[in-house]
Design a protein around this ligand. Structure first.
Ligand SMILES: Nc1ncnc2c1ncn2[C@@H]1O[C@H](COP(=O)(O)OP(=O)(O)OP(=O)(O)O)[C@@H](O)[C@H]1O
Ligand SMILES: [Mg+2]
Length: 264
């Protein structure tokens, strides 16, 4: 079952040769269970750092990350992750790649149940018939679909996506947005999406958090009220265009290119 994610007063700095590099400063974000939050912000502001802290790969210098009422101190099997470049194993078929987490994460499924689960997800993202192919036989978009299946096959409570669609062409990307949106109604998880693409954030998320420049703090939060059953055309409605303009302005503020006073 999905769990809430909460960052409480999180601050973090990396140790570098030229001294500490403060990356996150007093960051507070709440994500309700089952919600979808997108985080946008200037390049290098600390978005991937945020994902590492939530995944328990690092601990913050100050503050805490809470997952479902527990402080995160180490990596958990109940978190799924996907990145810009899906790392699929070439010596395994697509089906075997998707089944991989079920071989690693403790579960009670039999071999045939694992296979059924993987097949069901692949069908859900439109990869029925490609189960026995090798990763190199698939297009980039198809590989990313397979990677998404792999990230949720073990039914994680939390799904972390760090620019998963960033390397795809515009049309393939929109197809995958729709797939991701539809997947959400079938699979329960609390999702954090890192993206550079404001349209992507508005299409997929319930809430968009704009991070300021480094050291990043939550500069602006936007609630996206486009409903639960979204289509790409919704991005061309006046409501969506308004939200995109607001976010674009906030990014300019974060980059120091527009004065904060003009912000809403
Ligand atoms: N392991 C590390 N050691 C030292 N500095 C680091 C380390 N990882 C990241 N940084 C620095 O911390 C800052 C934030 O990095 P991070 O990868 O979190 O940014 P980001 O917002 O994900 O960037 P992008 O949008 O380009 O993906 C950057 O200045 C980066 O150079
Ligand atoms: Mg990053």
């Amino acid at each position: 079952m999905p769990v809430p994610i909460e960052l409480r007063a999180v601050s973090h700095a990396y140790k570098t040769d030229s001294g500490p590099l403060p990356v996150l400063r007093d960051l507070n974000i709440k994500m309700a269970e089952g919600s979808f939050t997108a985080v946008v912000g200037p390049s290098g502001c600390g978005k991937s750092t945020l994902t590492r802290l939530i995944a328990g790969l690092m601990r913050p210098d100050e503050g805490q990350v809470w997952l479902g009422g527990e402080i995160v101190t180490s990596p958990r099997a109940t978190v799924g992750m996907a990145f810009q470049n899906p790392v699929l194993l070439e010596w395994r078929s697509i089906l075997q790649n998707v089944m991989l987490p079920l071989e690693i994460v403790k579960n009670k499924l039999s071999k045939s149940q694992r296979e059924d689960r993987a097949r069901q997800l692949l069908a859900l993202v439109g990869l029925e018939g490609f189960e026995d192919k090798r990763p190199s036989e698939l297009s980039g978009g198809m590989r990313q679909r397979a990677s998404l299946c792999r990230s949720i096959v073990h039914r994680p409570q939390v799904l972390i996506l760090d620019e998963p669609f960033g390397a795809l062409d515009a049309f393939t990307r929109e197809d995958l947005w729709q797939t991701m949106h539809d997947l959400r109604s079938e699979e329960p998880f609390t999702c954090l999406l890192i993206t550079h693409d404001l349209r992507e954030s508005v299409f997929l998320a319930d809430e968009v958090v704009v991070l300021s420049g480094r050291p990043a703090t939550a500069q602006y939060k936007l609630t996206v009220d486009l409903g639960d059953n979204r289509k790409i055309d919704d991005l061309y409605t006046a409501k969506a265009v308004d939200m995109l303009a607001t976010l674009r302005h906030q990014i300019e503020v974060a980059q120091g290119r527009a004065p904060a006073e003009a912000a809403e």
